[in-house]
Design a protein around this ligand. Structure first.
Ligand code: ADP
Ligand code: MG
Length: 383
């Protein structure tokens, strides 16, 4: 076992979005120094980091400078070029590994890994130029680009196989997967933190509601029976172990009807980083997913993941909130959210609101998950 990276060592974060911002803030609280690499001078994490390297993710010189400054580098998005992670890994400890990120950033590799490991996924086919596969998916389906999709981007819902091929052509015949459109009972996620020496922790299972492919609402603990929750956690830990994952990993799960009508779990996708459905941990867990990311990447002790409230709900605040019906832009009425005793307002410091852009979120704690969800939605409507 290698020695842990301890404060005041420097932790690097590849990517400067809101996830990186919280990782930087968590590291700073623990006494680490921080470096962020992101091409955007206004990146939410860059402005709070000790140092912000404003450079492209494949800028060799900037990556070398980052490696020289840092004792460990972690990532906050799934799309850093594999070559950049490999370059860094040759010079400095990198967690998660380039291999784990490579699996999670390509839906074809991800599904091949999951099925190869014996983990359940829904029916799908890879759509690649020259692929000769016999289609398993023939009815209503979703075509998803294998790479670079997020928040429902790079996806097309189609009625049948020929429409799927048409959509694939429209998407420029880039590598895609076509997935059978599933009748979802609900969606869950499990967030796992794991260290090099195989210690791991998870948080209570979250239930997620998406609108237009974007996460809208997360409630914890998910209103599901204990047996299903245990299975969900078991699947997520199995994924982390099979990937020999180091850092924080989010596993998105679908609940569908099994052959016998009982609940069945399928793995939807992996995020090799903290996840939007874990933002509640900032306000309602002994240790947040971001603090745990730093602890795990550093090989230090993992914090307890007990909830500090009976239940919590998180609603996203998208750029749409800034626009009125006529398209005029104005700042939402934050006073309402700040006045509510059980609510926490988070804004990521993004200057330009755009429809569908994640600008912030609200977390509400309450005696039950249903109460928390109702209150969070109410508060958001009042903004
Ligand atoms: P993203 O990377 O954009 O999060 P996902 O694959 O997770 O992409 O899809 C976003 C959302 O779209 C899911 O959370 C789910 O609500 C819906 N969705 C995705 N795939 C399917 C499917 N095969 N059947 C039904 N709904 C799906
Ligand atoms: Mg998703």
């Amino acid at each position: 076992m290698t020695d842990p990276v301890l404060p005041p060592a420097t932790v690097g974060v590849l990517g400067g979005g809101q996830l990186g911002r919280y990782a930087v803030l968590a590291a700073t609280v623990m006494g680490y120094r921080t470096v962020v690499l992101d091409p955007d001078p206004a990146a939410p994490a860059g402005v709070v980091a000790g140092e912000h390297l404003v450079a492209a993710y494949d800028d060799t010189e900037a990556l070398q400078r980052m490696a020289a400054r840092c004792s460990v580098v972690t990532t906050e998005f799934e799309n850093p070029p594999a070559a950049s992670l490999e370059l860094l890994a040759a010079l400095v400890k990198v967690a998660p590994s380039a291999r784990a990120v490579a699996v999670a950033q390509d839906r074809i590799a991800e599904k091949a890994f999951l099925t190869g490991t014996g983990l359940p996924v829904g029916p799908y086919d890879a759509l690649t130029d020259g692929s000769e596969e016999r289609p398993r998916v023939t009815g209503p389906a979703i075509v998803k680009t294998a790479r670079l999709g997020y928040d429902g981007k790079g996806q097309r819902r189609v009625a049948d196989r020929s429409a799927a091929i048409e959509a694939w052509n429209e998407l420029g015949r880039v590598d895609c997967v076509v997935e059978a459109l599933l009748d979802l009972r609900t969606e869950l996620s499990v967030i796992v933190a794991r260290t090099t020496d195989g210690r791991s922790t998870t948080w209570p299972v979250a239930e997620n509601t998406h609108v237009d492919g974007i996460l809208d609402l997360t409630v914890v603990p998910a209103p599901i029976d204990d047996a299903l929750a245990d299975r969900a956690v078991g699947l997520a830990v199995a994924v982390a172990e099979a990937l020999d994952y180091v850092g924080v990993l989010a596993v998105e799960l679908f609940v569908v009807a099994g052959a016998d009508g009982a609940d069945d779990l399928l793995v939807n996708e992996l995020a090799p980083r903290p996840h939007n459905s874990g933002h509640w941990t900032l306000d309602a867990s002994s240790t947040s997913q971001f603090e745990q990311q730093v602890r795990a990447a550093c090989g230090a002790g993992l914090g307890p993941t007990t909830m500090s409230a009976p239940a919590a709900a998180m609603v996203n605040l998208l750029g749409d909130l800034w626009f009125d019906d006529g398209g005029a832009v104005s700042e939402p009425r934050w006073a309402t959210a700040l006045d509510a005793a059980s609510a926490k307002l988070h804004l990521y410091g993004k200057t330009e609101p755009r429809p569908g852009r994640k600008m912030g979120h609200l977390t509400v704690t309450a005696p039950t998950a249903a109460d928390a969800a109702r209150r969070a939605i109410e508060l958001r409507s009042a903004l």
